[in-house]
Design a binder for this molecule. Structure first.
Ligand SMILES: [Zn+2]
Length: 82
């Protein structure tokens, strides 16, 4: 759900995320700038180090390039698909 609200700073847009699996609104969003210090180990023990890869390479969307960014539902513990 997205709506605009007016406060002392002007109009701000409020976005309430709903889990795309269980419909809960207990969602946390995580952002971390890591640039090329990203590291991931795949199930075959291959390790990738570098910038955050595109979701098409991983199969899940956890950000891209300089940033690790994703949202997790605290109710069902699932990463939210965009
Ligand atoms: Zn959920």
């Amino acid at each position: 759900m997205v709506y605009d609200e007016t406060n002392k700073y002007g109009i701000i847009t409020i976005m309430i995320m709903k889990c795309n699996r269980c419909n809960s609104s207990d969602i946390i969003r995580i952002t971390a700038k890591c640039s090329d210090a990203f590291w991931i180990e795949y199930p075959n023990s291959n390790i990738y180090e570098g910038y955050v890869p595109k979701s098409t390479k991983l199969g899940i969307d956890i950000g891209y390039s300089d940033y690790v960014e994703f949202a997790v539902c605290l109710t069902c513990k699932r990463i939210q698909e965009k």
